[in-house]
Design a binder for this molecule. Sequence first.
Ligand SMILES: NC(=O)C1=CN([C@@H]2O[C@H](COP(=O)(O)OP(=O)(O)OC[C@H]3O[C@@H](n4cnc5c(N)ncnc54)[C@H](O)[C@@H]3O)[C@@H](O)[C@H]2O)C=CC1
Ligand SMILES: NCC(=O)COP(=O)(O)O
Length: 338
Amino acid sequence: MKRPPLAVTLGDPAGIGPELTLRAWTALKDRRHDFIAYADLDQLREIADRLHLPAPRACEPEQAGEIFSQALPVRPVPLPEPARPGHPAPANAAAVIASIEACVRDTLAGRTGGVVTNPISKAVLYEQGFRFPGHTEFVAHLTAHAAWDGPRGPMMMLAAPELKTVLVTIHLGLRGALDALSTEAILHTARVTLAALRTDFGLASPRLAIAGLNPHAGEGGALGREEIEMVAPAVETLRAEGHDVAGPMPPDTMFHAEARARYDAAVCLYHDQGLIPVKTLNFHGGVNTTLGLPIIRTSPDHGTAFDIAGRGLARADSLIAAIRLASTMAENRQSALT
Ligand SMILES: NC(=O)C1=CN([C@@H]2O[C@H](COP(=O)(O)OP(=O)(O)OC[C@H]3O[C@@H](n4cnc5c(N)ncnc54)[C@H](O)[C@@H]3O)[C@@H](O)[C@H]2O)C=CC1
Ligand SMILES: NCC(=O)COP(=O)(O)O
């Protein structure tokens, strides 16, 4: 059976999202990773013209499959103010948010098969009163009342072929992240991750590594006691539940090639502990995905890149990887749940 197209959000229209959407369409138009962009039709037509591509066409998600090989399908989300690359417009914030809402709504209704988000400028949205730290928390809010049998996130995973990391704390300053850590939070992150590795990534017996917090994982308590008091009890509980879990791992030695071969995903305690290794190993191939949701949501690992927007320099590899991963996860989830 043909699956519905993925829904790709607008992102910040002054960032690299719109040009990447067209480049991703060029790369995928013959490969059956159908998607539909929820974006401004005039802006996309202008960029397509510049890139000598066919004019994107407005349609409903149900028609996207018929036209995908000829033109980028678009569900129009008009911008109140024409986008200027590199210069985000506060007046367009409502359209950025409306695009995410429409993609999630259509995915919950089964009209689209998952959501792929283009990067947003969080600072610009915060100034306009957006009260969620990022897509992760916003999409969790929009799907909070949808049925879901698995353990509920949201958990942020950064996934590249070389490494997958999942964060216990996400969009928090470092001091706030330290206060938010607990054995319960680590356990919850690990359980959502293990379930997603089975359901969405098709791994029958997933292996986890859980990072420590301090240098040398605390050096037996001399350099910090969080490993002894917080991380080790979570590892013991997970092992007692029958899971293959290693830790607390010294954070500085758990990401080299031989160490990575011993686990499928690393549970990391704060944002940069998990994002730095993935973005360093493979900035252009990394994907951000939210685990523990009733729908599939992926995103490129990079941001709006205002410094290069509209200059033809942005690489679409990460958005293409996000679209491919969303297709694979949707397929795996459907097989696991039927
Ligand atoms: N999923 C999302 O919505 C995300 C949004 N952001 C937002 O993006 C904004 C900018 O964040 P930054 O830290 O500057 O990160 P960034 O990823 O936008 O840019 C970092 C550097 O990488 C380059 N770069 C990024 N993507 C590229 C691509 N596809 N091809 C070639 N070069 C690329 C940029 O030119 C820049 O020099 C912030 O407002 C942040 O909140 C950041 C990460 C994810
Ligand atoms: N650094 C990752 C990031 O900020 C992406 O957040 P989200 O918008 O995917 O929640």
